[in-house]
Design a binder for this molecule. Sequence first.
Ligand code: S3P
Length: 185
Amino acid sequence: MKMNPQLSSHSLTMPVVLIGMMGSGKTHFGRLLSSALDLPFHDSDNLIEKKAGCSVSEIFERWGEGKFREAEANTIQDYIAQGPSVLATGGGAILNAQTAEVVFSQSISIWIDAPLDVILERVSRNKNRPLLACENPREVLQQLMEARAPIYERARIHIKVGEENTERTLEKILDAIQKQLALEG
Ligand code: S3P
Protein backbone atom coordinates (compact mmCIF):
# COMPACT_ATOMS: atom_id res chain seq x y z
CA MET A 1 0.00 0.00 0.00
CA LYS A 2 1.54 3.35 -1.04
CA MET A 3 2.05 5.82 1.75
CA ASN A 4 1.29 9.51 1.51
CA PRO A 5 4.88 10.82 1.16
CA GLN A 6 4.26 13.83 3.41
CA LEU A 7 2.86 11.78 6.24
CA SER A 8 4.77 9.75 8.79
CA SER A 9 4.32 8.64 12.38
CA HIS A 10 6.50 11.65 13.31
CA SER A 11 3.88 14.07 11.93
CA LEU A 12 1.37 12.87 14.49
CA THR A 13 1.30 14.09 18.05
CA MET A 14 -2.06 12.55 18.93
CA PRO A 15 -3.74 9.21 18.30
CA VAL A 16 -5.92 8.48 15.29
CA VAL A 17 -9.28 7.19 16.55
CA LEU A 18 -11.78 5.46 14.30
CA ILE A 19 -15.45 5.73 15.22
CA GLY A 20 -18.63 4.56 13.49
CA MET A 21 -21.16 1.78 13.40
CA MET A 22 -20.33 -1.87 14.01
CA GLY A 23 -19.38 -3.60 10.78
CA SER A 24 -18.37 -0.35 9.05
CA GLY A 25 -14.72 -1.38 8.69
CA LYS A 26 -13.02 0.44 11.59
CA THR A 27 -10.77 -2.52 12.40
CA HIS A 28 -9.99 -3.18 8.74
CA PHE A 29 -8.99 0.42 7.99
CA GLY A 30 -7.39 0.77 11.41
CA ARG A 31 -4.93 -2.03 10.65
CA LEU A 32 -4.12 -0.58 7.23
CA LEU A 33 -3.63 2.89 8.69
CA SER A 34 -1.40 1.53 11.42
CA SER A 35 0.94 -0.02 8.88
CA ALA A 36 0.82 3.02 6.54
CA LEU A 37 1.61 5.36 9.45
CA ASP A 38 3.94 2.95 11.22
CA LEU A 39 2.01 3.28 14.47
CA PRO A 40 0.74 0.56 16.83
CA PHE A 41 -2.85 -0.61 16.29
CA HIS A 42 -5.41 -1.32 19.03
CA ASP A 43 -9.05 -2.30 18.90
CA SER A 44 -11.04 -1.43 22.03
CA ASP A 45 -13.28 -4.54 21.86
CA ASN A 46 -10.19 -6.70 21.60
CA LEU A 47 -8.43 -5.01 24.50
CA ILE A 48 -11.52 -5.49 26.69
CA GLU A 49 -11.90 -9.14 25.62
CA LYS A 50 -8.26 -9.85 26.45
CA LYS A 51 -8.58 -8.30 29.89
CA ALA A 52 -11.86 -10.10 30.64
CA GLY A 53 -10.70 -13.40 29.12
CA CYS A 54 -13.93 -13.79 27.15
CA SER A 55 -15.82 -12.40 24.15
CA VAL A 56 -17.90 -9.20 24.04
CA SER A 57 -21.06 -11.35 23.86
CA GLU A 58 -20.02 -13.25 26.99
CA ILE A 59 -19.24 -9.99 28.81
CA PHE A 60 -22.76 -8.72 27.99
CA GLU A 61 -24.25 -12.02 29.17
CA ARG A 62 -22.30 -12.34 32.42
CA TRP A 63 -22.00 -8.75 33.62
CA GLY A 64 -24.43 -6.76 31.46
CA GLU A 65 -23.97 -3.93 28.96
CA GLY A 66 -23.32 -1.37 31.75
CA LYS A 67 -20.11 -3.11 32.86
CA PHE A 68 -18.97 -3.44 29.25
CA ARG A 69 -19.53 0.30 28.69
CA GLU A 70 -17.56 1.11 31.84
CA ALA A 71 -14.61 -1.02 30.69
CA GLU A 72 -14.91 0.48 27.19
CA ALA A 73 -14.77 4.08 28.46
CA ASN A 74 -11.75 3.36 30.70
CA THR A 75 -9.89 1.45 27.98
CA ILE A 76 -10.37 4.12 25.31
CA GLN A 77 -9.51 7.02 27.58
CA ASP A 78 -6.36 5.19 28.81
CA TYR A 79 -5.13 4.42 25.30
CA ILE A 80 -5.75 7.96 24.05
CA ALA A 81 -3.70 9.28 26.96
CA GLN A 82 -0.76 7.09 25.87
CA GLY A 83 -0.05 9.19 22.74
CA PRO A 84 0.09 8.41 19.02
CA SER A 85 -1.39 5.08 17.91
CA VAL A 86 -4.34 3.97 15.78
CA LEU A 87 -7.37 2.97 17.84
CA ALA A 88 -10.56 1.39 16.50
CA THR A 89 -13.44 1.89 18.94
CA GLY A 90 -16.67 -0.06 19.44
CA GLY A 91 -19.66 1.52 17.68
CA GLY A 92 -21.33 2.69 20.89
CA ALA A 93 -18.23 3.99 22.65
CA ILE A 94 -18.81 7.66 21.91
CA LEU A 95 -22.23 7.56 23.61
CA ASN A 96 -20.25 7.96 26.83
CA ALA A 97 -20.00 11.76 27.18
CA GLN A 98 -16.52 11.69 28.70
CA THR A 99 -15.19 9.35 26.01
CA ALA A 100 -16.73 11.60 23.34
CA GLU A 101 -15.07 14.64 24.89
CA VAL A 102 -11.65 12.93 24.95
CA VAL A 103 -12.00 11.46 21.44
CA PHE A 104 -13.13 14.72 19.85
CA SER A 105 -10.63 16.97 21.62
CA GLN A 106 -7.53 14.78 21.98
CA SER A 107 -7.37 12.68 18.82
CA ILE A 108 -7.66 12.83 15.08
CA SER A 109 -11.15 11.35 15.00
CA ILE A 110 -12.33 9.64 11.84
CA TRP A 111 -15.92 8.60 11.22
CA ILE A 112 -15.93 5.45 9.08
CA ASP A 113 -19.37 5.71 7.54
CA ALA A 114 -20.74 2.67 5.68
CA PRO A 115 -24.24 2.24 4.19
CA LEU A 116 -26.73 0.10 6.12
CA ASP A 117 -26.76 -2.71 3.54
CA VAL A 118 -22.97 -3.06 3.63
CA ILE A 119 -23.07 -3.17 7.44
CA LEU A 120 -25.87 -5.74 7.49
CA GLU A 121 -24.01 -8.01 5.11
CA ARG A 122 -20.83 -7.81 7.22
CA VAL A 123 -22.44 -8.29 10.63
CA SER A 124 -24.42 -11.30 9.42
CA ARG A 125 -21.09 -13.16 9.16
CA ASN A 126 -20.11 -12.50 12.78
CA LYS A 127 -22.09 -13.56 15.84
CA ASN A 128 -20.10 -11.53 18.38
CA ARG A 129 -22.52 -8.55 18.27
CA PRO A 130 -24.91 -8.90 21.21
CA LEU A 131 -27.03 -5.86 20.28
CA LEU A 132 -27.95 -7.60 17.03
CA ALA A 133 -28.86 -10.96 18.55
CA CYS A 134 -32.53 -10.17 17.90
CA GLU A 135 -35.42 -10.79 15.48
CA ASN A 136 -34.81 -7.77 13.29
CA PRO A 137 -31.17 -6.63 13.13
CA ARG A 138 -31.89 -4.28 10.18
CA GLU A 139 -34.37 -2.28 12.24
CA VAL A 140 -32.05 -2.17 15.26
CA LEU A 141 -29.10 -1.05 13.11
CA GLN A 142 -31.23 1.62 11.45
CA GLN A 143 -32.31 3.01 14.83
CA LEU A 144 -28.76 2.93 16.22
CA MET A 145 -27.45 4.69 13.09
CA GLU A 146 -30.04 7.45 13.35
CA ALA A 147 -29.44 7.99 17.04
CA ARG A 148 -25.64 7.98 16.73
CA ALA A 149 -25.10 9.92 13.48
CA PRO A 150 -25.23 13.35 15.22
CA ILE A 151 -22.39 12.22 17.52
CA TYR A 152 -20.33 10.55 14.77
CA GLU A 153 -20.68 13.82 12.80
CA ARG A 154 -18.50 15.56 15.37
CA ALA A 155 -15.45 13.65 14.05
CA ARG A 156 -12.75 15.81 12.45
CA ILE A 157 -12.75 13.56 9.37
CA HIS A 158 -15.73 11.89 7.70
CA ILE A 159 -14.99 9.04 5.29
CA LYS A 160 -17.71 7.24 3.35
CA VAL A 161 -16.77 3.64 2.70
CA GLY A 162 -18.27 0.94 0.49
CA GLU A 163 -18.25 3.06 -2.69
CA GLU A 164 -14.61 2.66 -3.74
CA ASN A 165 -11.96 -0.01 -3.32
CA THR A 166 -9.90 -0.32 -0.15
CA GLU A 167 -6.75 1.20 -1.63
CA ARG A 168 -8.54 4.35 -2.83
CA THR A 169 -10.38 4.70 0.48
CA LEU A 170 -7.13 4.38 2.42
CA GLU A 171 -5.55 7.07 0.22
CA LYS A 172 -8.50 9.33 0.97
CA ILE A 173 -8.10 8.76 4.70
CA LEU A 174 -4.36 9.50 4.56
CA ASP A 175 -4.97 12.68 2.53
CA ALA A 176 -7.63 13.78 4.99
CA ILE A 177 -5.24 13.24 7.91
CA GLN A 178 -2.57 15.24 6.09
CA LYS A 179 -5.03 18.13 5.52
CA GLN A 180 -6.13 17.98 9.14
CA LEU A 181 -2.52 18.25 10.33
CA ALA A 182 -1.92 21.20 8.00
CA LEU A 183 -5.03 22.93 9.39
CA GLU A 184 -3.77 22.49 12.91
CA GLY A 185 -0.39 23.95 11.92
C1 S3P B 1 -21.30 -2.13 19.78
C2 S3P B 1 -20.32 -2.35 18.84
C3 S3P B 1 -19.34 -3.44 18.96
C4 S3P B 1 -19.12 -3.82 20.42
C5 S3P B 1 -20.44 -4.10 21.08
C6 S3P B 1 -21.40 -2.92 21.04
C7 S3P B 1 -22.26 -1.00 19.58
O1 S3P B 1 -18.10 -3.05 18.41
O2 S3P B 1 -18.43 -2.82 21.10
O3 S3P B 1 -21.02 -5.22 20.46
O4 S3P B 1 -22.90 -0.56 20.55
O5 S3P B 1 -22.36 -0.53 18.42
P1 S3P B 1 -17.84 -2.91 16.82
O6 S3P B 1 -18.32 -1.54 16.42
O7 S3P B 1 -16.35 -3.02 16.70
O8 S3P B 1 -18.55 -4.01 16.16
